[in-house]
Design a protein around this ligand. Structure first.
Ligand SMILES: C[S@@+](CC[C@H](N)C(=O)[O-])C[C@H]1O[C@@H](n2cnc3c(N)ncnc32)[C@H](O)[C@@H]1O
Length: 242
């Protein structure tokens, strides 16, 4: 279960759809169902962190919530996915509860909903700590404690040995983070970028990409240090479903 609360406790009545009103533009000039291609999420704060093909359009959700809910209350999404509905509802001041069966969108939803609880200073501190941790482990030829999850099998190696070593160091670092919110944020940063520095790519489904040695070397240097986290801020080029 995924939950995020403001302070008030109140259950809203179910809205009644007025057929005459539902196609009218909202007072802000937008209209319900205004983004049927669900494209806008790719550029919006929070939503762009996780390009996810099965998510609702945030514009659509916001339109529906603004149009049909009066006052503040609790919004339940029993199939929350990456949380577009819950995030928009929370930003509009509602408490939210969601359920999601797939662990990856569940992580994404929980992380985005709880990100506001992380103080900027805490995040900055953990990023600096990661840089130190990473540089020290790389220079010392450290053998990571983290291992590739059992059952994670792909036709060809998912990562080159050099990239895998760095990924496992990153996983080791995540285990040292005390705050579960910050841990989730680092996990999501990894999950939403992990294919880009692998031997695979989305074209349009997950397929093998032949990488040359020079590409591998540039991938390694590109994704050292905070580049993993920078992935959260980068505008994705196409929908991805890890
Ligand atoms: C279309 S997505 C939901 C989009 C989401 N409501 C939003 O606002 O972006 C449907 C989600 O339902 C999840 N799902 C399917 N069956 C489920 C179940 N029995 N319990 C919880 N989640 C389920 C799927 O894993 C998928 O992520």
């Amino acid at each position: 279960m995924i939950e995020a609360q403001h302070d008030q406790e109140k259950q809203l009545k179910l809205f009644e759809i007025d057929a005459d009103q539902s196609s009218l533009p909202l007072s802000n000039g937008s209209s319900a169902f205004c983004d049927p291609a669900f494209a806008s999420n790719k550029t919006l704060p929070l939503h762009r962190w996780v390009p996810w093909i099965a998510g609702f359009s945030s514009d659509f959700v916001r339109d529906a919530l603004t149009r049909y809910l009066n006052g503040k209350g609790t919004v339940l999404d029993p199939f929350s996915g990456v949380g577009t509905t819950l995030i928009e509802a929370f930003l509009l001041g509602h408490n939210v509860i969601g359920f999601e069966v797939n662990p990856y969108p569940a992580l994404a939803c929980r992380t985005m909903l709880h990100a506001y609880r992380i103080a900027t200073e805490t995040l900055r501190y953990e990023i600096l700590r990661f840089q130190e941790f990473y540089n020290e482990k790389i220079l010392s030829g450290f053998k990571p404690k983290s291992i590739v999850p059992k059952g994670f099998k792909t036709r060809a190696e998912f990562y080159s040995p050099q990239v895998l070593h760095k990924v496992l160091i990153f996983q080791d670092f995540i285990d040292t983070i005390k705050s579960s919110d910050v841990q989730d944020l680092f996990k999501l940063a990894f999950a939403s970028t992990m294919v880009r520095y692998s031997n695979y790519s989305y074209e349009p489904s997950l397929g093998r990409r032949i990488t040359t040695l020079s590409e591998q070397l540039s991938l390694q240097s590109e994704y050292t240090s905070t580049a993993l986290l920078a992935g959260l801020r980068r505008k994705p080029s196409r929908p991805e479903t890890p």
